[in-house]
Design a protein around this ligand. Sequence first.
Ligand code: BT5
Length: 323
Amino acid sequence: MNHNPVLAVLKERFGAFVSGEELGRHAGVSRTAIWKRINHIRSLGYGIESSTRRGYRLVKVTGKLIPEEVGWGLNTATVGRSILHYDEVASTNEEAKRLAIEGAEDGAVLIAEEQTGGRGRLGRGWISPRGGIWLSVILRPRIAPSDGPKVMMLAASSVFATLRSAGLAASIKWPNDIIVGGKKVCGILTEMASQPEIVDHIIVGIGLNANISLELFSTDIRACATSLEAELGHPVERLKLVQGLLQGLDVRYAGLKKGNFDSIVGEWRGACGTIGQEIELSTASGTVGGLAVGVDGCGAIVLRLSDGSERAFSAGEVTVVKR
Ligand code: BT5
């Protein structure tokens, strides 16, 4: 997915000079036209040195999650077929919704370095400074709206698997928080638009606190949030994480399209640290306690109450009761 042959050659030969003539040959343009291309690549944040005699050499790659980086070597069928990058945007989910309505393709990905109006669930906000991974994926599965929650589950499992392969002991907290070291490192916001019988599109918004200093959070948020950098004690390679995540989403999305719902629910359940625990659930109408025995087909949590009855709750904040 690299539409920039000049950049491709410079990357392959990182640190070595490549003549303008050779670059021109790869790009199918004249040696003099290369100058313009080089300036464009510089504007993407790459460091390129030039020498009249020897040509150009790449000395610094961009640290940004631009399509030229994320798409490079990405081996997916659907997710990431098109990638859009924003240096700053209000919310990638908002932007994705707009593009989905305009007909954006299945699997389109939007990534921002920073969000100024990041959104959480139920009208809450999401703090999204530079250093994090803020992205949305537009999915168009041909499924019934009642199967929509499986998309939320496959997204959480993808983040879970990505973090596990990065060596982090992650777990999922119902409904869809990813927890590391007892604190929230990632939140997911899925938003669905559908006809009565069939889904039109689902926006999967993923906010992962990658290289974020916890000082940027208010004391309230700091009490329950963490970042990968804080947990590991060193910055993470965002590019690798994003590519792993998109790959993970792609595989699971292919499964969903084939109707492999059981394996999606099964994987999510296995990763969910909430199921099997005594919890307290605070809902709009009060707090209930019980044993979390599972989730129903709508993604609602099923609690076994003290009288032995079971009840499903579709929203609420979970606190695990320490015994
Ligand atoms: C979520 O909401 O966890 C869903 C967050 C989804 C964010 C992504 S980023 C890309 C895409 N574009 C968007 O605009 N959104 C998505 P919720 O469970 O409602 O959690 C929100 C609450 O978590 C807030 O009220 C804060 O208390 C807290 N919070 C805010 N920013 C946080 C952060 N960066 N890390 C951890 N907690 C945070």
